[in-house]
Design a protein around this ligand. Sequence first.
Ligand code: CTP
Ligand code: ZN
Length: 155
Amino acid sequence: MSDTDKQLRVSKIRNGTVIDHVTGGQALNVLAILGIDGAGGESVSIGMNVPSDRLGRKDVVKVEDRELSQSEVDVLSLIAPEATINIVRDYEVVEKLRVERPERVTGLLTCPNRNCISNANEPVDSRFDVVDDGVRCGYCGTIVRDDIADHLSVS
Ligand code: CTP
Ligand code: ZN
């Protein structure tokens, strides 16, 4: 067995997206961001806390036949700032992107303040400004510091 064979824990995929170098332990939150709970029938492979030269331990999420939207990538960057997004077509990585911390995220997150206008069934999209210690609701100023994944509007 070659070293590569020994190191390959999760099979390669034919088409889809590999989210690599995810902060160890965050894989299930990545799935929550993508709105994947298994019920939709998606083919997903996950590696959790696998050894990584760069990060020590990392998670890897492979989703077949799926590409990510910009708002998904934006929220992802908040919980996995070192993540690499690899677009795979016909087994080859055709595009590799590092996530970037955005200035603002729209949609996807809900404000924890029940009285916030963004929770009032008004036709407004949630909007959060990314600040040093978390994200701040653009409507009421509430700051979400940790467990950002607990405030996803999907899931
Ligand atoms: N991958 C996959 N299926 C493919 C091709 C790649 O699942 N058909 C996965 C690899 O297992 C790896 C990631 O996509 O986790 C990136 O692949 P590649 O760029 O070939 O690996 P590296 O060069 O090691 O990536 P990096 O430099 O980003 O660490
Ligand atoms: Zn708010």
